[in-house]
Ligand binder design. Structure first.
Ligand code: ZN
Length: 672
């Protein structure tokens, strides 16, 4: 398990206020229709793609074919998440489309909501909590709806699917991270078949050559199964697992080649095609190196098996794609950050032995997302830092991006939701948040992605996977602490990135409030905090509350029965961030598993039930969705009278249900 680069959206956006210097250029004179749907704990938004029209027709055609290659991979992720997901989706969509009964009945509405949840999660388990959805319609209603379908639409494994929907004990969790359990046997994902955690670990331990200075990302593109009593890897590739989907991805990538902006971009696309054809992870590494090196192109994309949050062992990548192009104006900010990378590394509060003497090739840019797909859809990251392979990052650097049309859509859609009024009882702080949070959020993301993850080094011989199941939480904490520490540094004023020496306090306040309290709105009563980014935020906030107690650095106080955060000394809080950064960097650099585990288990997991309930109650009065995601714009090809592609057009306004049904029809590669 290496770097973990997805930042979650809601925590950054929930408190975001108004006020930012530049506004999204509206695609029409009408206000942009941000909100597309709202159900249970989800709000679905739309996002504008400003400046799409400023691309050349050739660039727009490149974007078009890359978006086709992105959408074509959808079924892969559904199947990776659970082996019943595709059959389940077909069945639910057939019922939804064919249902002849009362479509206004409570049962049908509950069914539609359930289908919306399944769509949002790319399967039957919640995208964030990993818990299986609980249907609010009855088994009898469902059985009758299925019975009214033509026989050809009733799947062969109907009884298994019905049990999966209605029996809570069947495959309850997609990714189980509970310490001490067999994480593979207790996880419902589809990356392993008939193998135990010990068998998988033994298999990869035997494969790994610890002296290899450029190791492949073991298991990244394979399903691990037991065949004739032997543990084997089955690669995702043309001619292998998911061949039909991958062939169509490749066909679209080939079409994209014709519109590549320059030879280095063309080489990236061609190498990716080669990787999909061979399934050889050495090809993937070569592709990653070419991709990092392609910094001059306006259009960029990721497409493949990238992040491994969906695997309890953190090895297999979930399929995803994002197509984007550079936001030329906003990229100035990240260029300033990354061109000063060495200064930040040299002044970081960690032991000099763990610093990088030469921070290489940290590139950063602000991008405009054109399509979100696979594991980045509908819930999406707002910042990406890739590639994940440690040795490639060390030798060739990494690319770090902020998806600013996405963060801005979150911000725009959050105005006036009452959040700050409920949880922040200090009017001056609310003001500061309104004025600066959009900017400090963006800066935090830049610092986290292009400096935080890229900083530091392992001591020679330390296994990059030494922190095991806690590696991702600690890696996110390391990146967040690096960002938090420097947000309060006068260097940012000197560099012209902030214009108010108090602006950072808005970010400190928001992050501590989120880590201690407000992110709990996303946890069900009685449950632990499990997701790596949430654990990271809780770890940082709880550790600082604890270690700063003697100096009263910050405290939780009760006013009229409600808990509020007071930060009494921002300077000292910054010092605590530095101290924890130094310790977590030591843990990572030395591979000190026990110390890392103790930090996580002590501060990041267990929830105070009374405070938790209070947060849920206060949140419930606001009707703010804890999670948000997006529908994509639609792209259409423009052809000349001979049918040759000459341009691509963008349109907005598609409904969430319509988009999901369209994708299932047009990009169905594995399920029918
Ligand atoms: Zn991260």
């Amino acid at each position: 398990m290496s770097f973990r680069n997805i930042m979650t959206s809601i925590a950054l956006s929930a408190v975001a206020g108004v006020a930012s210097a530049s506004a999204v250029p509206a695609p029409t004179a009408e206000p942009f229709p941000y909100v597309a749907d709202r159900f249970v704990d989800i709000e679905v938004l739309r996002y504008p793609v400003p400046d799409f029209e400023s691309l050349s027709p050739q660039q727009r055609l490149l974007v078009y074919y890359l978006t086709e290659a992105a959408l074509t991979g959808r079924d892969i992720l559904w199947d990776q998440n659970n082996r019943y997901n595709l059959a389940l989706r077909n069945l639910l969509e057939d019922i939804y489309t064919d249902y002849k009964g009362d479509r206004n009945s409570a049962e049908f509405k509950a069914f539609h909501t359930y289908l919306k949840q399944v769509w949002f999660a790319n399967g039957i388990h919640h995208h964030y909590s990993m818990d299986k959805f609980v249907p609010e319609f009855s088994r009898d209603w469902f059985n009758a709806a299925v019975a009214s379908l033509p026989a050809s639409k009733r799947p062969a494994n109907l009884s298994e699917i019905t049990e999966l929907i209605f029996n809570p004990s069947v495959m309850p969790k997609r990714v189980n991270q509970a310490e001490g359990e067999d994480l593979i046997l207790t996880s419902a994902n589809n990356m392993y078949e008939g193998v135990t955690q010990a068998e998988v670990e033994n298999y990869f331990n035997a494969l790994k050559d610890t002296t290899d200075v450029s190791p492949i990302s073991y298991g990244l593109n394979t399903r691990v199964a037991k065949i004739d009593g032997k543990v084997v890897e089955q690669p995702y590739k043309v001619g292998g697992v998911y061949s039909k989907a991958i062939e169509r991805i490749v066909a679209n990538l080939r079409k994209a080649c014709a519109y590549a902006e320059n030879p280095s971009q063309l080489a990236v696309i061609q190498k990716l095609i080669e990787f999909y054809e061979t399934g050889n992870l050495r090809d993937f590494d070569e592709y990653s190196i070419l991709w990092v090196g392609d910094t001059d192109s306006r259009v960029d994309f990721i497409n493949g098996f990238i992040e491994s949050y969906g695997d309890p062992l953190g090895m297999t990548g979930s399929w995803e794609s994002i197509v984007n192009f550079k936001d030329l104006g906003a990229s100035h900010r990240t260029e300033v950050v990354s061109s000063n990378a060495q200064w930040f590394e040299d002044h970081s509060p960690v032991d000099p032995r763990f610093r990088k003497p030469n921070v290489k090739g940290v590139t950063a840019k602000v991008i405009t997302a054109a399509i979100l797909a696979g594991d980045s859809y509908p819930a999406t990251p707002i910042g990406i830092n890739l590639p994940n392979a440690n040795w490639i990052r060390a030798a060739h650097g990494s690319k770090s991006v902020t998806l600013e049309n996405i963060t801005r859509a979150y911000d725009e859609a959050s105005h006036g939701n009452g959040f700050n009024e409920e949880f922040v009882d200090d009017a001056a702080m609310r003001d500061l948040m309104d004025k600066y949070l959009f900017d400090t959020d963006n800066l935090h993301t830049d610092l986290h992605e292009c400096l935080g993850h890229a900083s530091g080094r392992l001591l020679p011989g330390v296994d990059p996977d030494a922190l095991k199941a806690h590696g991702s939480t600690l890696e996110e904490a390391r990146a967040d602490l690096f960002a938090l520490y420097y947000l309060g540094d006068p260097k940012l004023i000197e560099l012209g990135l902030l214009d108010n020496p108090d602006a950072y306090k808005a970010q400190y306040y928001k992050q501590m409030l989120n880590g201690l309290m407000t992110q709990l709105m996303r946890i069900e009563p009685g449950k632990d905090v499990e997701e790596a980014h949430m654990r990271n935020r809780k770890l940082i906030a709880e550790w600082c509350l604890d270690k700063g107690a003697a100096d009263n650095v910050m405290e939780l106080v009760k006013v009229n029965g409600k808990t509020y955060l007071r930060i009494n000394d921002y300077e000292k809080l910054r010092g605590l961030f530095g101290a924890l950064l130094a310790e977590i960097q030591r843990i990572k650099s030395e591979g000190d598993y026990e110390a890392g585990r103790d930090l996580v288990e002590t501060y990041a997991v267990k929830v105070d039930p009374a405070l938790h309930q209070e947060v849920l109650d206060r949140y419930a009065t606001l009707d703010i969705a804890p999670y948000r995601g997006f529908v994509n714009p639609a792209y259409t090809l423009v052809t000349d009278d001979k049918g040759n592609p000459v341009d691509a057009k963008i349109s907005y306004g598609e409904d969430y249900t319509d988009q999901m049904l369209r994708y299932s029809k047009d990009y169905n590669t594995l399920s029918r």
